[in-house]
Design a protein around this ligand. Structure first.
Ligand code: HEM
Length: 468
């Protein structure tokens, strides 16, 4: 079999590659997760694709994704090396890093996040206050139609600002607006086809003009901004009284001996950048879906509001209320399941030859633990393709967890910001619904159509926010 000469014995099956560009020609970026579902129907729950000469294995469905990423997590813990990012940042930061450096950086980030508010809850009041600012902006629209995305984006990014820089920024701060625009552009470019094109011939692409060049400029802009903040922090740094992520990192730089762990100023910039990239667009898009589902299903919105009114009243909702707000909590989970914002997860790479079912996956192969296939797994959900908060409620209407709820993935690379994201989703969502009723503009029928960039997002839409 000519097509199989490069495949090891027992390598997962897949479509015939088209020479050179691989399977990319068969895939439309806007519906890529649906194409992947079709491949699974044809080739089974573990299948292979070729992309620009590289090999990729896709794992489909709850049982196998868990088996690979959690049970055999150590075998899948690396990230694929994408030449563009290697040139851009090398092994640095939190998201794309690997090996010893990643382990040290991740441990430090988790520890620092926990200190600043997951355990001690100091981020909770910051989120509540930010929700207040966000509510003011909605109130200023006076019930007129508006696209809520940018408002949500500013509020959500301010939580990472508090964590990393120790302070929020005013919504009309020009610098802040520029950073958000740069981040959006960076995420858009990183997800574009140019990243793959660059992979074929990095030596050539570096010399040619094209959108990939912009990634370098935009990254530089953001890094410069972070570096200014780092300099300011250095002047007032007091190790016995850390204010934020930068302060803690500066202390670590002073104390660490081993260079390999990546505690240096360069890595501080890239880790801060990663927290913004990973923490802003994801949470923003989830809340953007949440409000869309509320205008699409007004009776569900009413039920959430009734629950908040009964359990919380008019004071600000706090994390303690989460245990009593069963329906609200179930709605947020269902928004995450159906919003499905990272359908193809973030790519993993095998650290050694490994087996899954009866298939052999060699070392160094990119692996996609497909989250779309888990969140819509027909063997795990009662109505996989319908918005149904009942998925997360038991017979008494109490909240119940579900195994296949994996929007944050699973295993050693599981989202580092999961706890923070869940705090934000709960406090923003319940805080907004307590104060406003959201509806589609007069005469407009809301639509659940989506855009697939790097994150799976609703198509731009407008809503009206009426004070209750
Ligand atoms: C990684 C989802 C919010 C920081 C990830 C991954 C997913 C994910 C699917 C990849 C996991 C894997 O490779 O298996 C989400 C969702 C969010 C969210 C759905 C919001 C609703 C956040 C926030 C932060 C954050 C708020 C900031 C603190 C990170 C980081 C990684 C990551 C640093 C890389 C972890 C690593 O490679 O070790 N996230 N995330 N995320 N997330 Fe999140």
């Amino acid at each position: 079999d000519v097509a199989n000469f490069w495949r090891p014995t027992n390598y997962p099956p897949g479509p015939w590659p088209i020479p050179f560009i691989g399977d990319v020609a068969r895939i439309k970026p806007s519906t890529i997760h649906l194409d992947f579902a079709k491949f699974a129907k044809k080739y089974g729950n573990i299948y292979s694709l070729r992309l620009f000469g590289g090999h990729m294995v896709v794992i489909h469905g709850y049982r196998l994704v868990k088996e690979a990423l959690a049970v055999r997590g150590e075998d899948y813990v690396d990230r694929p090396i994408i030449p563009l990012f290697e040139d851009l940042v090398g092994n640095s930061g939190l998201v794309a890093s690997y090996g010893y450096l990643w382990k040290q950086q991740r441990r430090f980030a988790l520890h620092t996040l926990r200190n600043f508010g997951l355990g001690k809850k100091s981020l909770e009041p910051a989120i509540q206050q930010e929700c207040q600012y966000l509510a003011e902006v909605f109130a200023q629209q006076k019930g007129e139609p508006c696209n809520p995305r940018i408002f949500i984006n500013k509020a959500v990014s301010n939580i990472i600002c508090c964590l990393v820089f120790g302070e929020r920024m005013d919504y009309d701060n020009k610098r802040h607006q520029q950073i958000l625009a740069d981040l959006k552009e960076l995420i858009r470019l990183e997800g574009s086809i140019w990243v793959l094109v660059y992979s074929i011939a990095p030596w050539l692409m570096k010399r040619l003009p094209g959108p990939h060049k912009k990634i370098f400029t935009v990254t530089e802009n953001i890094i410069n901004y972070v570096q200014v903040k780092i300099s300011e922090h250095k002047e007032t740094h007091d190790p016995s009284n850390p204010r934020d992520y930068i302060d803690c990192f500066l202390t670590e730089i002073a104390e660490r001996e081993d260079k390999e762990s990546g505690f240096d100023l360069r890595n501080l910039s890239f880790s801060a950048l990663d927290l913004f990239v990973a923490g802003t667009e994801t949470t923003t898009t989830t809340l953007y879906w949440a409000l869309l589902f509320m205008i699409y299903y007004p009776h569900i919105q009413e039920k959430v509001q009734a629950e908040i009114d009964a359990e919380v009243g008019s004071r600000m909702p706090s994390l303690q209320d989460r245990d009593e707000l069963h329906f609200t909590n179930a709605v947020i989970h269902e928004v995450q399941r159906m919003g499905n914002i990272l359908p193809l997860n973030v790519g993993h790479m095998t650290t050694k030859e490994t087996t899954l079912e009866n298939f052999t996956i060699p070392k160094g192969v990119m692996v996609i633990g497909n989250l779309d296939s888990v969140l819509h797994d027909e063997t795990m959900w009662e109505s996989p393709h319908t918005f149904n908060p009942g998925h997360f409620l038991d017979e008494q209407g109490k909240f119940r967890k579900r195994d296949a709820f994996l929007p944050f993935s699973i295993g050693k690379r599981v989202c580092l910001g999961e706890q923070l994201a869940r705090m934000e989703l709960f406090l923003f969502f319940s805080g907004l619904l307590q104060r406003f009723t959201f509806s589609a503009p007069e005469g407009e029928q809301p639509s659940l159509e989506c855009d697939m960039g790097v994150v799976h997002s609703p198509k731009p839409y407008c809503l009206c926010a009426k004070l209750r």
